[in-house]
Design a protein around this ligand. Structure first.
Ligand code: TRP
Length: 326
């Protein structure tokens, strides 16, 4: 069976966009692949974090993954910083990465532009990401399109290492979900709904209460045409609402368009809000059962033990091949 591996950085709260664009995909993949899901907490500190909030969010995210349908029996669930091999392998890979190729990472260029005091970690983080992936011989890495270049870097580094030291790493492939799955900001539907947005009016958090969800959806930006159909260029707001509905209902965009064709915008929003409230209240119920339970710790302990074993084997092989240690 192919092995799939992914992680969601705990640098902000999980959103409806993370559910539809990320976690739901993993819920499907768990039926098809051997699945590894982790919290890349060491990636979060490439930018400034409040330490107390970060720690809380790591646990919250794990509870939310499970509440959203990731089955701990079908996934190995773990926290990156509980496995020291990630950072160790990253160092060895860094020594086999060229400044030129690291400098070409467009996400780094975007994130560092016009900023003072950019950390070295933000620059090298794609290499840590490569270590995250290569330690486990992952075949497939589901991510957003913004991470595709990083998975390609991991692939290049794996190939280079294999060439120099003999076959060691599997070459991973990115798995990018279909276009329909990208949820936009409700206030600016040309931008992605972001977990680190400072404008929470356009972002639905998975833990928002019912009144907040309704308010955010009812005030979503639309257009003046008054007709409901999918057109991302001219009607990004309406198209976004249709995408949310079709993804949560698991029906196609054209079925969704057809269903809403005689609605006005107010009624469309009301029905999208009903659906989102219904979905998220079920997730929140499960989350509330989990968050203070020992179950989370048991799952994470198990994940730590399994992944440390796998990673140690790979890392020892790398050490030997590179000539480190005794
Ligand atoms: N860089 C990813 C993001 O920002 C998170 C991540 C870190 C990741 N390591 C990974 C994703 C390994 C997939 C595989 O979203």
């Amino acid at each position: 069976m192919k092995r799939i591996l992914t992680g969601l950085k705990p640098s902000g709260e999980l959103t409806l966009g993370s559910l539809i664009g990320g976690i739901s995909g993993s819920v499907k993949y768990q039926e098809m692949y051997e699945s590894y899901i982790f919290v890349p907490d060491m990636h979060a500190i490439t930018v400034d974090q409040d330490s107390k909030l970060l720690k809380e969010r790591i646990r919250k995210n794990v509870a939310l993954y499970i509440a959203c349908g990731l089955d701990p029996k079908k996934n190995v669930i773990y926290i990156q910083s509980e496995n020291l091999y990630h950072a160790n392998l990253s160092w060895i890979l860094e020594c086999n990465t060229y400044m030129g190729e690291a400098s070409r990472m467009t996400q780094y260029k975007d994130k560092s532009r016009h900023k003072e005091n950019v950390s070295v970690g933000l620059f090298t983080y794609p290499i840590l990401m490569a270590a995250d992936i290569l330690l486990y011989d992952a075949d497939l890495v589901p991510t957003g399109i913004d991470q595709k270049q990083h998975v390609e870097l991991a692939r290049n580094l794996a190939a280079r290492f294999n060439n120099k030291y003999g076959d060691t790493f599997k070459l991973p492939e990115p798995l990018i979900p279909d276009v329909g799955a990208k949820i936009k900001d409700l206030q600016d539907p040309t931008k992605k709904m972001s977990k680190s947005s400072d404008n929470y009016k356009g972002t639905i958090l998975l833990l928002d209460d019912e009144a907040t969800i309704r308010k955010k959806i009812m005030s979503a930006v639309t257009d003046n045409e008054g007709k409901i159909y999918f057109d991302e260029v001219n009607k990004p707001g309406i198209s976004n609402l249709l995408t949310i509905y079709s993804s949560l209902k698991n029906i196609s965009i054209s079925e969704t368009e057809n269903y809403f064709k005689d609605y006005n915008y107010g009624n469309l929003k009301r029905e999208v809000a009903d659906l989102v409230v219904n979905k998220l209240s079920k997730i929140q119920e499960k989350y509330n059962e989990l968050i203070n339970s020992n179950e989370i710790d048991d799952i994470l302990d198990k994940g730590r033990i399994i992944t440390n074993e796998i990673a140690k084997k790979k890392y020892d092989e790398v050490l030997n091949k590179v000539g480190l240690g005794r």
